[in-house]
Design a protein around this ligand. Structure first.
Ligand code: ATP
Length: 957
């Protein structure tokens, strides 16, 4: 071994800052050598017995050792014991007691033969050998010791059964000195040292023994070196030092292995036999000193080939011993060469296979590449087509919606409620959901599965969020600000999620807030954004229809809340008697809605803990004034949360709940009838059959934008209701209302209205007569009421029937005779003296004439819609007197007095006062303006109105 173990150890310790100058390496080496020699001698003596080993002392000096073995007799005998027959013939000494002294002539080759035979045999066995010259004076006895110890190890291995591969050095154990040392000092580092020792034991020992072979310090010296070095070390440093040593040794070991491998490679790569032979014999290629070497080189001095060596051998050029060794080496080499050639052939074959495989792989790769390219192209095409398809779909959807807008179809959005807690494992009846289609799966009585698909404008699955639902509704809601009337109503079986969609759950958060909150928030947001161009006023009403009674949900006192209200249109407001509250912010709205929700009739049923027992309607009125042009827009939005349809036997209701359920179902079926006749485009639509249809009349029959949210539950036991709900919704989606219209006043109309209002005020001031004022109030009231297309009920003189007519105040006004010129300053007419009674009367008479004419015409156009008798009969006779009084007053207060003929009898009403003997509403004295005769009466012969003496506010509470 080229490296010295000692130097390694020194390196390590120097690394740890220590000098080794004080250590006597020479004496240590000698000591170690003696230990090993003694061990070898002891073993030889044991093997050959007392007689055979008589020349070999127990603890011989180097010289004694060499001399005792020089004859080769002990060596051969021991070898024959280890490997019987290894040396067939041992040349014995002539006189057993004589030790052949150095330089004494041995009998011919006697002993050399022994030594040579011994060396050849041990080499055959793979045991490290030594040079014959080592037995001569000045020879390297450590190599002999090493050979004997190796033989000893071989012997032990054989005795142990010879299993596995024997490898010199592998069986050696650390010397007892090392063990003792470790035991004495180990302490903390014992474990790591023992671990390292046990795992690396073989290789380290092998290195150490090899080192001793090469004449360096052997294991004994290394042991004592380590021993000495570590003695004065601190306990805590020892593990580190030992570990460093071990790793360094390992490094060197690996280095050596690599070198050996390289050498082997060189041999297998065609090193000549002479190189190979020369190396173990240590012969320099060009030193022509002996016949063997000459035979190993050709005439040119180049290394001989195998054949040349063989030839030399045949010719006896090689000496006997060398010849034998060379023959053996040659046969080994030949074997190796054969193997090498075989390996080369195999490698070549493998290379060929590899090339073939490479070729195949290349072909496959090319094919795959082509296929991938083709697929890529297809995919690209498909993506393009898909994009196109998507945009076409989107376009179709837009066009479809446009067509629907133009036709005025009611939009229908379907929403599926998720399973409620406790229903998690239920099977859903809802199958496929895509953009606008929903498939319901149901099992028939006979267990046959059937599927039905419905198509709506939009379908929301159970995972849809409130925000997603609202975002699809938003454009519709925004159109309120542009002057459209909008109605959104939630329909569905009880417990299917109507209230959730419209308002949200019980605890409302930003995420869970329903359409109502979001809609108002959005309206405020946009009105704020448009602040510089349009000024908006927003106000809300909240009513409910409970057991066919209309109630105000924003009333703060309970009596008022229970006070039933009536529908009549005033100033575009359906239920003018209900509180209408201006709102300016979302917080206002939330406060109002909380009040409304609190006032709403809810109750617990078997199907919903908090079932809405009424239809609720939040109405948002928006008035916008263009700051530049002065034109006005007016929009109104109904957000209706209908009570849920329910099967009474299923909801297990009794008593009041049963009555509620019957009312709810009746009103919903009235809604169904209205939808059916609208879908069939019937001339008569039965709006008046329920309060609900009356409420929705201007959204279903007018030119509003209407959206229905249809809700379904996913549970299998609700499948029948689900199917009927969806069928109803499908019918609704076919209803065409006509294109929606904007409610917009241009400035001319507005000016005319302002003039009328100013005129009436001027008249009121001019004439202090309260009657006159009342009459004018009626007109003024009427002129306000007819701000726009407006329905009122009048009684036709000719047919004696009450007609519902639509009158256009604009027509009335534009045909009015001499009214003050447009744009004239009001102050001009504000002057009492400048307005003669006659002039004012004339204006009024003209207006009334024109209005009556228009009434007649519109009556011809629209025909009878409802009979007053039917209407009054439809009124619940149990309605409180005050309600009927209100109705009657409304009718009789019509400006042309058409309601004056309505009798208490006809209405089935028992008025407590205010009627004449015939049960008629007393005709008020004719209004006189200048000559004591009311021009109205003069013209129509009827009383203009019967009022209770004071003007009733239109909507303010
Ligand atoms: N989309 C949804 N996500 C989560 N929970 C929902 C959803 N829809 C409804 N719910 C829950 O289902 C239950 C019933 O809903 P809701 O009260 O809104 O039904 P409804 O149709 O208004 O019933 P009713 O007609 O009896 O008043 C409530 O507990 C509600 O919170």
């Amino acid at each position: 071994m080229q490296c010295s173990m000692v130097s390694l150890v020194e390196d390590v310790l120097q690394h740890h800052g220590k000098s080794f100058s004080h250590i006597d390496l020479a004496s240590r080496k000698a000591h170690e050598a003696a230990l090993r020699r003694n061990e070898a001698a002891g073993w030889l003596r044991k093997m050959v017995g007392v007689v055979g080993g008589r020349d070999l002392p127990d603890q011989p000096s180097e010289e004694e050792f060499r001399l005792a073995l020089r004859s080769g007799i002990v060596l051969c005998n021991v070898l024959n014991k280890v490997q019987p027959g290894a040396v067939p013939k041992v040349v014995e000494a002539p006189n057993e007691s004589i030790v052949v002294p150095d330089g004494a002539a041995l009998s011919v080759f006697q002993y050399f033969e022994n030594v040579r035979n011994f060396l050849v045999s041990v080499e055959d066995m793979g045991v490290p050998s030594f040079e014959a010259s080592d037995l001569e004076k000045g020879g390297n006895s450590s190599r002999i010791v090493n050979c004997i110890l190796a033989l000893k190890s071989y012997c032990n291995w054989k005795q142990a059964g010879g299993s596995g591969l024997w490898k010199f050095g592998g069986n050696q154990k650390p010397s007892s000195a090392v063990k003792q040392f470790i035991r004495r000092n180990a302490g903390l580092f014992t474990n790591s040292l023992v671990r390292n020792t046990s795992t690396d034991e073989k290789s380290i020992d092998s290195l150490l023994s090899e080192e001793s072979t090469s004449g360096d310090v052997g294991i004994g010296s290394l042991t004592s070196l380590v021993h000495e070095l570590l003695q004065d070390k601190k306990q805590e440093d020892i593990p580190l030092i030992v570990e460093s040593m071990l790793s360094k040794v390992m490094e060197e070991f690996e280095h050596k292995i690599t070198l050996q491998n390289d050498q082997l490679k060189t041999v297998s790569n065609g090193t000549t036999i002479s190189d190979f032979v020369k190396s173990p014999f240590g012969i320099a290629p060009n030193s022509n000193k002996n016949p063997t070497e000459i035979a190993l080189h050709n005439e040119n001095g180049a290394a001989a080939s195998t054949e040349e060596v063989m030839e030399a051998s045949k010719q006896g050029k090689l000496c006997n011993g060398t010849n034998q060794v060379n023959m053996k080496l040659k046969s080994q080499f030949d074997r190796r060469q054969m193997l090498t050639e075989k390996y080369q052939r195999d490698i070549q074959e493998l290379k060929n296979i590899c090339d073939a495989v490479k070729g195949d792989v290349h072909v496959l790769k090319t094919q795959y590449q082509e296929e991938v390219d083709n697929l890529g192209k297809h995919l690209h095409g498909l993506t393009h087509a898909a994009k196109g398809y998507k945009s076409v779909l989107e376009e179709n959807r837009k066009l479809y919606n446009l067509v629907q807008d133009l036709k005025g179809n009611i939009r229908v959005y379907c929403r599926v409620r998720p399973f409620l807690p406790g229903q998690a494992n239920s099977v859903t009846t809802v199958g496929n959901l895509d953009d606008g289609n929903i498939t319901i799966t149901s099992n028939s009585k006979y267990g046959k599965e059937s599927r039905k698909t419905f198509t709506f404008n939009k379908v929301f699955g159970s995972s849809a969020t409130q925000e997603e639902v609202f975002s699809d509704t938003q454009p519709l809601i925004r159109s309120v600000l542009d002057g459209y009337n909008v109605c959104i109503f939630a329909y569905g079986q009880t417990g299917s999620g109507k209230t959730y969609t419209m308002s949200g759950p019980n605890d409302i958060t930003d995420e869970s807030a329903g359409v109502n909150y979001r809609a108002l928030g959005d309206l405020f947001l946009i009105s704020e954004q448009r602040r510089d161009t349009i000024a908006y006023d927003v106000s809300v009403q909240m009513i409910e229809i409970y057991n066919e009674q209309v109630r105000d949900l924003l009333a703060t006192d309970s009596a008022n809340k229970r006070y039933p209200l009536v529908f009549f249109l005033s100033n575009g407001i359906n239920v003018p008697d209900a509180n209408i509250v201006p709102v300016t912010s979302t917080s206002d709205v939330i406060a109002l809605m909380n009040l409304g929700q609190k006032n709403r009739a809810v109750g617990s049923t078997a199907m919903n803990d908090r079932s809405s027992r009424s239809h609720s309607c939040l109405t948002v009125h928006v008035q916008g004034r263009d700051l530049t042009s002065g034109s006005r827009v007016r929009g109104c939005m109904h957000l209706v949360d209908l009570a849920g349809s329910e099967r009474v036997e299923k909801s297990e209701v009794v008593g009041d709940r049963l009555k509620e359920a019957q009312h709810i179902n009746r009103s919903l079926s009235a809604l169904g009838d209205v939808i059916a006749s609208l879908a069939q485009k019937n001339a008569h639509v039965p709006y008046r059959n329920s309060k609900l249809t009356q409420l929705l009349q201007d959204s279903l029959g007018g030119q509003a934008k209407t959206l229905m949210f249809v809700h379904i539950s996913p549970e299998p036991d609700a499948v029948l209701e689900t199917l009927s709900t969806l069928k109803f919704a499908e019918r609704v989606s076919n209803v065409e209302l006509g294109a929606a219209k904007v409610n917009k006043d241009n400035s001319e109309v507005r000016e005319l209205k302002e003039q009328i209002s100013n005129l009436t005020e001027a008249l009121a001031r001019k004439d202090g007569d309260s009657r006159r004022c009342q009459s004018l109030d009626v007109l003024s009231d009427h002129s306000q009421c007819t701000d726009d297309a407006e329905s009122i009920e009048v009684r036709s003189n000719s047919s004696k029937k009450t007609k519902r007519r639509t009158l256009d105040s604009q027509a009335l006004l534009t045909n009015s005779p001499p009214s003050p010129p447009i744009g004239s300053p009001i102050s001009k007419y504000d002057d009492k003296d400048s307005l003669s009674d006659d002039w004012v009367d004339k204006v009024i008479i003209n207006k009334v004439d024109r209005w009556e004419e228009d009434s007649r015409q519109s009556s011809e156009i629209f025909g009878d819609i409802d009979d007053i008798d039917t209407a009054t009969a439809a009124s619940d006779s149990s309605e409180p007197e005050c309600v009927l009084q209100t109705k009657l007053r409304r009718l009789s207060s019509l400006p042309n007095g058409v309601g004056s003929g309505i009798t208490a009898k006809k209405t089935g009403l028992k008025l407590s006062n205010g009627l004449d003997k015939r049960g008629l509403i007393p005709t008020p004295p004719r209004r006189r303006i200048s000559n004591g005769i009311s021009p109205l009466s003069q013209k129509t012969g009827r009383s203009p109105a019967s009022l209770d003496g004071k003007r009733k506010p239109v909507h303010a509470k």
